[in-house]
Design a protein around this ligand. Structure first.
Ligand code: NDP
Length: 329
């Protein structure tokens, strides 16, 4: 039996993505076979689809770190044929063939049941970005950040993780200040729930010194580099900033002053290897109390496998506003 998949191939001229027919037997045996209905586009998918060896070591390879679908066949674990499931992270789409295909085969431990009431397409509008946003918010709440302490900051605010973080924080009653490089996205960010938007360059200028004005009770950083440093420098006494990404830079260059003079915290966020039970709790929150007020606002586009490559280029250039969902045939 054959199925459609997008495959990233290494050629002498570089990497290219092609639509191929594959044999089901190429996915190996064991675990759970899932018929994928929807996937999504994350920054990491774009890295894999362009040959980034830090994400995917061997090609040809099918990217797609997110998938939602229906169990076709389960040889172990708690799932049975017909169950609706979500798979995000672990090795999916990295060195295990991922969600840009009609089928995936994964260990049962990588799957969480699709929460009741959450439509499969909506699960992928959220995807790994939504899970990461939820984890970021959860870790700020865990350190005691609350709406009474003043504004929280979100950097890379129009990206997948950023935009969903803005929506969740606003829903929880926080005053959200969004930092974005996209001048034309201010109205959209306001609709999502931001109270104020700061231009990326102005924000960096305001934090050029080792310490900046104490303004933020918490911060969700999706960019890394000088943006994360600027967020940390502007935290109020005892405040916390989460760090999940490197869309700007993997480096962090700053002094220790905000840590030793204001007791601020830097909280690492990982959505990939974290235990499945926690993923399940986060998905439940996303499906219930933390569901963004208007999910459709988060949608940048719906594409099919043949359209993924165009969006890969755009996300790498920092040019996507919100989330791209991928419909499988
Ligand atoms: P997106 O590309 O959707 O969003 C990133 C946003 O960052 C952009 O939209 C842009 O927002 C901003 N940005 C991009 N380039 C730069 C730059 N050079 N300088 C400053 N800002 C920039 O990515 P995702 O939201 O999917 O992911 C964000 C980051 O988090 C990525 O690095 C990703 O790999 C990482 N990630 C990590 C996870 C984990 O488990 N730790 C899980 C998911 C994602 P704007 O234009 O509004 O400023």
């Amino acid at each position: 039996m054959t199925f459609k998949a997008l495959q990233t191939r290494e050629t002498e001229a570089g990497y290219s993505n092609v639509l191929v027919d594959r044999e089901l037997s190429e996915l190996g045996e064991g675990g759970v076979l899932v018929r994928v209905q929807w996937s999504s586009l994350n920054y990491k998918d774009a890295l894999s689809a362009t040959g980034n060896k830090g994400v995917t070591r061997q090609f040809p390879h099918t990217p797609g770190i997110d998938a939602v679908g229906v169990v076709e066949e389960a040889s172990d674990g708690p799932f049975s044929a017909g169950d609706a499931v979500i798979c995000t992270g672990y090795d999916l789409g990295m060195n295990t063939d991922g969600g840009y295909a009609e089928y995936i085969r994964v260990p049962a431990e990588w799957l969480v049941p699709l929460p009741e009431g959450l439509a499969p397409r909506d699960a992928m509008l959220l995807g790994t970005a939504g899970l990461t946003a939820a984890l970021s918010v959860e870790s700020l709440l865990d350190t005691g950040v609350n709406p009474d302490q003043g504004p929280v900051l979100v950097t890379g605010a129009t990206g997948g993780v950023g935009s969903i973080s803005v929506a969740i924080l606003a829903k929880l009653g926080f005053e959200v200040v969004a930092v974005s490089g996209k001048a034309d996205a201010h109205e959209w960010l306001t609709e999502l729930g931001a109270s104020r938007i700061i231009d990326r360059n102005d924000f960096l200028e305001s934090a050029a010194k080792p310490m900046a004005k104490e303004q933020w009770s918490g911060a969700v950083d999706c960019v890394g580099g000088e943006m994360l440093a600027a967020a940390l420098k502007g935290l109020k006494y005892g405040g916390s900033a989460t760090c999940c990404g490197l869309a700007g830079s993997p480096k962090l260059e700053m002094t220790v002053f905000p840590f030793i003079l204001r007791g601020v915290n830097l909280l690492g966020v990982d959505s990939v290897e974290l235990p499945c039970e926690i993923k399940q709790q986060m998905w439940q929150l996303l499906a219930d109390e933390w569901m963004p007020k208007d999910l459709s606002l988060l949608e940048a586009a719906q594409t099919e496998l043949s359209g993924v490559t165009d969006w890969v280029d755009r996300i790498l250039a920092g040019g996507v506003r919100g989330r791209v969902v991928v419909k499988l045939p």
